[in-house]
Design a protein around this ligand. Sequence first.
Ligand SMILES: CC(C)(COP(=O)(O)OP(=O)(O)OC[C@H]1O[C@@H](n2cnc3c(N)ncnc32)[C@H](O)[C@@H]1OP(=O)(O)O)[C@@H](O)C(=O)NCCC(=O)NCCS
Length: 178
Amino acid sequence: MLEGKLVNLRPIEKKDLEEMMKWINDQEVTHYLSNFLYPISQADEEEFLERMMRHKDTEKDLVIETKARSYLGQISLRKIDRKNKDAELGIVIGHKDYWDKGYGTDAIKTLLRYAFGQLNLSKVYLQVFEYNQRGIHCYKKCGFKEEDRLKKEQFYDGKYYDVILMEVRKEEFEKMDK
Ligand SMILES: CC(C)(COP(=O)(O)OP(=O)(O)OC[C@H]1O[C@@H](n2cnc3c(N)ncnc32)[C@H](O)[C@@H]1OP(=O)(O)O)[C@@H](O)C(=O)NCCC(=O)NCCS
């Protein structure tokens, strides 16, 4: 388990399926995420959960929990690349009532401490949709900076939006995390 100030990050368990099903078809949550085009069945989600639980050197999915609540959402490092020393970060807090309380920032900082301090990665990157101002603000608080943009790449609610590529490097993060 990785311990943060507000949250802990723990392995995903079978029991988490019930909590995952509560947000997986909530479009107010999923329209910020990639690959959520169609409603997802419990059977499909169970299969996905099984895959996330299996150990892989290139992917790590963890549950975000607090002392009071055993599941707030999930955070992941994907495409962990030992040669180039980088990985892609993904995060979702599935319960909207828990947004804007600092949990996302604490979960990301906790995972970055692990990524840089333990895995010895030198860069973590992510993609975020232009209309996700909450996400962008949260990432900036964690040291991420915009590096590039895929112009008008994401179609949402009748319009195309940019996909913003952000990254944070080990030295920058460790300087700001003192
Ligand atoms: C994005 C997400 C992980 C952030 O986690 P969180 O716990 O809500 O974030 P935090 O509370 O740590 O930080 C959010 C910040 O954004 C700010 N914010 C909220 N709405 C905002 C808006 N419309 N514009 C700018 N800032 C905004 C909050 O005030 C807060 O900043 P502050 O602490 O300086 O006041 C979470 O909201 C979430 O899971 N959203 C849905 C899925 C998602 O977007 N995943 C990421 C895909 S790239």
